[in-house]
Design a protein around this ligand. Structure first.
Ligand code: S3P
Length: 168
């Protein structure tokens, strides 16, 4: 299926860019976090707190399965942890073309400074949390990516232009 899937770390700009890219290409936009929150009628933080992370990860995989079996082409932005689950790899491949929005750790730390709704980043030392997760994840993002867009020191308009050029 020819969807465009935006992957990358929290704070990479997947949701913002995804919605603009979908508008530009005239296709539907879906964000997996937003979809799951609407479906569950509560926040991701409350799912992590009440049922634990594994529950949320199951919902992500179920959603990917549903999307892989249906629908018109879309731009789909996925939560930063979704590609890390090996079980999701074949589903992502089936869904379409993956674009990795890459950002350096320093950029992410800056962008995520005030993030209150991401359970994996709460507590002390944001820098250490980001560094640890990036060390685990970066190679996976690169492995899955069909395209990589570097977002550091670029405006949203510039990143949008680069992404649109791939698909227009
Ligand atoms: C997560 C990223 C979040 C959200 C959840 C877990 C992660 O999405 O799915 O808080 O494991 O990286 P964003 O990447 O859209 O912030």
């Amino acid at each position: 299926m020819n969807n465009i899937i935006l992957i990358g770390f929290m704070g990479a700009g997947k949701t913002t860019l995804g919605s603009l890219l979908a508008q530009r290409l005239g296709v539907r936009f879906l964000d997996t976090d937003q979809y799951i929150e609407a479906q569950q009628k509560r926040t991701i933080s409350s799912m992590f707190e009440q049922e634990g992370e594994a529950y949320f990860r199951r919902l992500e995989t179920e959603l990917l399965q549903t999307l892989a079996d249906s629908g018109q082409p879309a731009v789909i932005s996925v939560g930063g942890g979704l590609p890390v689950q090996r079980v999701n790899h074949a589903l992502l491949r089936r869904l379409g073309t993956a674009v990795y929005l890459k950002a350096e750790e320093g950029t992410l730390v800056e962008r995520l400074q005030n993030s209150k709704n991401r359970p994996l980043l709460q507590g002390d030392s944001l820098e250490e949390r980001i560094a640890k997760l990036m060390a685990e994840r970066e190679s996976v993002y690169e492995e899955i990516a069909d395209y990589i867009i570097h977002t550091d020191n670029k405006t949203l308009a510039e990143v949008l232009e680069e992404a649109a050029c791939i698909f227009e």
